[in-house]
Ligand binder design. Sequence first.
Ligand code: HAM
Length: 428
Amino acid sequence: MSKKFQAMRGTRDILPGEVEKWQTVEKVAAMISERYGYREIRTPHFEATDLFARGVGETTDVVQKEMYTFPDRKGRSLTLRPEGTAGVVRAVIEAGLAKPDRLHKLWYWGPMFRYDRPQAGRYRQFYQWGAEVIGTANPWADVEIIVLLAEYLEELGLTDLVIKLNSVGDATCRPIYQKKVREALASRRDELCPDCRERLEKNPLRVLDCKVPGCREIVKGVPSVLDSLCEDCREHLDEVKKGLDASGLTYEMDPGLVRGLDYYTRTAFEIHHGKLGAQSAVGGGGRYDGLFKILGGPEVPAVGFSMGVERVLIALQEEGRDVFHQTPLVYLARGANLSDEAFRLARELRRRFAIQLEYAEKSLGAQLRQADRLGATAVLILGEDEMAAGEITVKDLKSGDQRRMPRADLQDELARLLSEPAASRSHT
Ligand code: HAM
């Protein structure tokens, strides 16, 4: 017997029936991005490994354990993008658009790849929607980024959400805080996991992000980053908080929020959903004022977020929100020897409506059963009688009403039938 193939662990097929939900959440993301003045950017799905090693950070779990890295045929080390920000920054620098006084507001949508242990809400190929404001250090940009994500989740109808906010400091105050973390953990060094013992030397903030239960317990005793912020970072945070208040968003301060990527400065935030279990972050982001420099560009401040699409879809399901939108389908049934006429009519109607018909001739009964199976909203019947009289029968499958009418009236009748509430649900 020949081998049966399966989708690789941590990847999923999105089949018709589910794909309409994906189309809807993507459409809403594009619409809201544009309403907020962001323009779409598309970058490659793989990049030089070094881009992520330097951009995301050598000591992060993403770089150390989760990257899909492989040599290409010329021996160059490539990596499937684990996130979108590093690629966007590279693209902006490469295009010569990275200038301190030029503002770019960009959004993207697409698959990301992380070799992590799959579980509910965690996949090896997953989709993100992301947005980045490049070229300003103004705290209102941080506010807009958080508001944009919150607005989207609200627009989809999600309610069980918590915004968590923190500041991770900058080049002035971070070293002082890192020293405090090292000192606070020095006496318990041997109780930390082997990774954390190394992190304590190289990048102590990473210890605060460790998932090992023993380490999580130990870091509870570490002083809060909020008590170590320099004057500028403190002021920036206060402005962001004021902006969020003014925007009517409620949030929680979470000094333990350090994020899994190293490029953050000042603002760090996440939005969590109450019914997602262990993987509860639907999205997160923050400010990354140092990343352009790290990736070989000029000094350009920036802030952004990414959101996990699968997690949003799970959250919608958990809250019983129906975002299913399928174009209402019309089934065209025909009598014997009327294929020419039926296909001609279908072509005409398909300029406005979704029309389904059989390739092969079948009995009327078989065609009606198929219309039912496909979930059609209406059936058109073109039989010999109708053909001779220049008419057509229209059957509303929701109400069961059936009417014969002149062919000339058909398009108006379909427009009326399909625009009724049951057939024209919006995205929520
Ligand atoms: P991140 O927190 O690593 O940030 O990922 C953002 C979101 O992607 C997470 O909150 C989660 O919803 C989703 N996500 C992450 N990993 C997985 C996975 N294995 N399976 C399913 N969903 C996942 C970033 O990626 C940054 N680039 C965000 C950013 C943009 N910061 C500044 N600009």
